[in-house]
Design a binder for this molecule. Sequence first.
Ligand code: NAD
Length: 496
Amino acid sequence: MTHHELQFIAGQRRHGRAGTSLRITDPSTGEVVATGTAASADDVDDAVAAAHTAFAGWAGTPPAERSAAMLRWAEILRQRSGELAAIESRNGGKPIKLAEGFDIPGVIDNVAFFAGAARNLEGKAVAEYSGDHTSAIRREPVGVVASIAPWNYPLQMAAWKVLPAVAAGNTIVLKPSELTPLTSLMFAESAREAGIPDGVINIITGSGQTAGQALVEHHGVAMVSFTGSTAAGRQVAATAASEVKRVHLELGGKAPFVVFDDADLEAAARGAVAGALINAGQDCTAATRAYVQRPVYDMFVHRVAALMDEVRLGPVDEPGTDMGSLISRGQRDRVADMVDRARQDGAKVVRGGKIPSHTPEAGAYYEPTLITDAAQDSEIVQHEVFGPVLVCLPFDTDDEGLTLANDTPYGLAASAWSRDVFRTQRASREIQAGCVWINDHIPIISEMPHGGYRASGFGKDMSTYSFEEYTNVKHVMSDITGEAHKAWHDLVFTSR
Ligand code: NAD
């Protein structure tokens, strides 16, 4: 175990000055994998100052040069993908096959995508919309961006914040979760190696209440982009509002999974198990509420239960492990308490619902859990569990299924399962969520946006839509008449 410098400011790793020590653990065993010291408000000041110093140069760097550096960055990450996956797996308690097959390749593809997108910032065509003027759009970086990321996909969440920001010419100070900073630090160091100048990407590691709060409050920050829980997002938005900072919020989810009676039931059952258990359910788009039309409900529950029995829990570095631990024993206990309360409220726990007996006692494992007979207004149906828990409920008419799908405060992602194109089209129109999958659930791609409706936040990660968050649109309107007396002046005064 090593004592790490957990801050990366102006291109240098260094210790934080908060005086609080951080223990970075492997939650699947409880072992400490690294220690370090947390960032103080002074470290935040330094990081924002470094980002300011770097801003003019980076904003003025031609897109082709920014793009070339990002392509080199993607290549360096590709060379380090094995090391990154091993650390992500160990620090996140996630199976190595998930880190190797999803987390790290997704990030590398994102870097490559934004290297191309950096050269493709668009606006309305320059034109004479008034007849007397030429109008043009300038798309300008907003300045120093403060970003805050969660622990569930540490590097992916960091990448989703950093990439559109720097591709568009901003500089950034990112605060990863204090539980999982290691790969974000490697990400920033790799950017430096690729030729991205010092100060463009800075990482501060510390708690939300200290480092996070100081970063969001900082006068030198022009924009705050936050991914995390709805509760913390509300606080962040309130703090940012006092200085009218631009805010982008990617918050919690409670994705519905609507199965109509003509669906391919095997595909839907497999999709539900994979969609609910990916990353041990710690995925903001995870399938959490399966609404299944009554004629196929029993068959669906039966098949999902059987598939859950096949999921292998085990050491995260074993290639055969399907599901690892949760991020901490605290999170595991939170999930267990929610399942216990659902049980007490009359819900039926069909599978799981307990801490497994064959995994390490110090590990934060929880069994894949299937719940039925829960009330629609109960906690387990309405609130984010962020664990390997799927609730199944029946519905009768299509209207009812779609109404139930929309019946939580969230709106991040959803899926609809049917062989009838009119049913799936209707679901995609009526479900209020930033993404509706048809006959699948979970896949994401760099070219398409990710972001929520309602209590799941606003703004988009990934895709060129994300540039709307990280650029200011300026209208430049130039007179083309050359005349001192313009007709519209007569509305204000009549000159002689
Ligand atoms: P969290 O809200 O506890 O913490 C997220 C980050 O915010 C951490 O870095 C934390 O230190 C920081 N933070 C907390 N309070 C803060 C404050 N007052 N000021 C500044 N920073 C603060 O969330 P978590 O437990 O790390 O992650 C799980 C949550 O993230 C879930 O709700 C999940 O749905 C959500 N999430 C959403 C998306 C999305 O794209 N919508 C993606 C991943 C995770």
